[in-house]
Design a protein around this ligand. Structure first.
Ligand SMILES: [Zn+2]
Length: 402
């Protein structure tokens, strides 16, 4: 079986190897080498990237049939011997976060008694799912503190092979069905954790630098813990620090005062919104009184007709209801704009069906739709000019006064 060199050495990034097979994966050419440092996607860890013989390595995967490592390339390469180069920044980031996960998982066991049920590592996120709910901040910080102490102690991290029959002595969910090593591969964080794993890891815990939990999420009877290690943790801190600094400048307060400052803003906004609503209602009441006064009346029935431009529809409805609060009044209101709107409303004690004048008005506007109750009907939704809305209201009025 082709050699997986990263098992014994996750730090070599340049190597030469012989091409022993060429194949296609989808549209892309791919090669199998006699030995490789490229890590194929497996065990929850994403594949390495880099270059091979000048071609970009797009994906690295394991062939089911024989366990061969397939390097998927962006273009064909020549020659029997090729030079491979691993994208070290990506590899080291995955090593930091993967080893950090081993440590955090063990820290949750020792500090909280919580077991890790599953683990997910991708380019931008790393999470573990714990078998406990209600993890209080005290418990989270205890596990985080322990994990960081292990990182600071710069303990050696070693890989070794054991007899699968001895698997009970290490933390493992199940012995893998297939192994590419002559035994079960064990990763040991000296004096702290032993886990069966086929991934790439740092050689000493100090290289992880920082292990920071950033978010908890309840998922059924599990808690998903999202965290960042090493360079990812630094970038996360940097981004959040920039946001916090901007907020403290915008709100002219200290970090500790931010929560209070935002609550105060929220309260002020609420008060301003309710004051604005009260003032608008008073204005609409005055407007309704004025329109009513000027409206022509026929046999005790007053008909108010008014067209506006780009008026808020809910305000138009409020105006209609204030107008029809006066006895024996019909309000024919409309607003022009991208979404024109017509309202036909009457006082409660009158018998007329307002769907009739509405229908006449909408017919003038063209393809508009609407309807409603006998005492109030409305519709529109299509673009119309002020002149078109005025013509529509006139048509509505003519239906009422033949
Ligand atoms: Zn691992």
């Amino acid at each position: 079986m082709p050699g997986r060199l990263y098992y014994d050495d996750s730090y070599t990034t340049e190597f030469t190897a012989r091409v022993i097979e060429r194949l296609k994966v989808g549209e892309h050419p791919a090669v199998i080498l006699d030995q490789t440092y490229f890590y194929p996607t497996s065990g929850g860890q994403p594949n390495d990237r880099g270059t091979l013989g000048g071609a970009a390595v797009l994906d690295v995967l394991t062939r089911d049939a024989d366990g061969a490592v397939i390097h998927v390339l962006d273009h064909d390469i020549d020659g029997d011997t090729v030079t491979g180069s691993i994208d070290w920044e990506r590899r080291f980031d995955l090593m930091q976060n993967h080893t950090g996960q081993h440590i955090l998982t063990q820290a949750f066991v020792q500090a909280v008694g919580a077991q890790t049920l599953s683990f997910h590592l991708s380019d931008d996120s790393v999470t573990i799912d714990l078998d406990q709910l209600n993890l209080t901040p005290d418990k989270i910080y205890a596990a985080e503190d322990l994990a960081n102490r292990i990182a600071q102690e710069n303990r050696p991290v070693r890989a070794r092979l054991i007899d699968p029959a001895d698997a009970e002595s290490v933390r493992i969910r199940k012995v893998p069905e297939r192994m590419f090593t002559d035994g079960l591969r064990i990763i040991e964080v000296e004096g702290f954790d032993t886990t069966a794993c086929g991934g790439t890891h740092v050689r000493a815990t100090g290289e992880i630098a920082l292990i920071k939990i950033i978010r908890l999420e309840k998922r059924g009877d599990k808690t998903r813990v999202e965290f960042r290690c090493g360079g990812r943790a630094l970038r996360d801190y940097r981004e959040k620090n920039a946001v916090i600094n901007q907020l403290t400048m915008d709100l002219t307060c200290s970090v500790g005062e931010l929560g209070g400052a935002i609550n105060k803003l929220r309260d002020e906004l609420k008060a301003a919104q309710s004051a604005l609503k009260a003032a608008s209602t008073r204005l609409v009441e005055q407007e309704a009184a004025q329109l009513y006064e000027q409206a022509p009346c026929y046999d005790e029935i007053c008909i108010v007709t008014a067209a506006f431009e780009n008026r808020d529809v809910s305000e138009l409805r409020l105006l209609a209801s204030k107008l029809t609060d006066h006895g024996w009044t019909i309000a024919l209101l409309g607003t022009a704009g991208e979404k024109a709107h017509i309202i036909c409303a009457r006082s409660r004690e009158m018998p007329d069906d307002m769907n009739v004048p509405l229908k006449a008005a909408l017919a003038v506007l063209g393809n508009a739709r609407g309807g409603g109750r006998p005492e109030m009907a409305q519709g529109g939704g299509i673009p119309a000019t002020l002149e078109q809305v005025q013509a529509a209201l006139l048509a509505a009025r003519q239906v009422l006064l033949p």
